[in-house]
Ligand binder design. Structure first.
Ligand SMILES: [Zn+2]
Length: 186
């Protein structure tokens, strides 16, 4: 069995994925959004909360290069995209497993085809050899066969060819040479 079609090892192990899913299930539901800036901090809030009022899930303390705001955006974007990312990852892994299985099947079929071609080649060589031998035998039989017609006596023996019993071998040889075109087979 070839390994060349095997899917790559997962970067994220199934256990880590399961832990991530559990975290997401227990966290505040999406969508999350960056809320107001107040007291030199950026507020990260869920947009859906009881009574339709956004609930604060985290605050990001002010940073001189505005990283507090970017960090809030990153957390919200990751939270919102996580379900779709996990779903797409699951789809891709299913496709990869299917591709892997098809690759294995293809390797098996390719091996079988290769074996078959080898047998056909062997068979073809045997046919060539037999055809060649058949052609030589036909030539030899033609040379050995007497052109004179058989003449049978009243006991059924050919008087033209050493009193052979009917059907005389010369008659059978002429019949065979006339009806079998085997030497012409490629
Ligand atoms: Zn005869």
């Amino acid at each position: 069995m070839s390994n060349e079609h095997d899917a790559p090892a997962p970067v994220i192990e199934p256990a880590a994925l399961a832990a991530l899913r559990e975290l997401l299930d227990n966290a505040s539901p999406p969508p999350w959004d960056t809320g107001s800036r107040r007291h030199n901090a950026t507020v990260l809030a869920t947009s859906i909360a009881e009574g339709g009022v956004a609930a604060v899930v985290a605050t990001f303390p002010w940073h001189h290069d505005a990283r507090h705001y970017t960090d809030a955006l990153v957390v919200a974007a990751l939270r919102n995209a996580a379900p779709a990312l996990l779903a797409e990852l699951a789809q891709l892994r299913t496709v990869a497993a299917d591709y892997d299985a098809r690759g294995d099947a293809l390797a098996i079929a390719t091996g079988a085809l290769s074996d078959l071609r080898e047998k056909v080649t062997d068979h073809s060589a045997a046919v060539d050899s037999l055809s060649s031998e058949n052609a030589q035998l036909r030539l030899l039989v033609a040379e050995l066969t007497d052109d004179d017609p058989c003449r049978y006596d009243h006991h059924g023996y050919c008087q033209a060819h050493s009193l052979d019993e009917a059907p005389c071998p010369h008659a059978r040889a002429k019949e065979l040479l006339a009806e079998s075109p085997g030497a012409d087979r490629g």
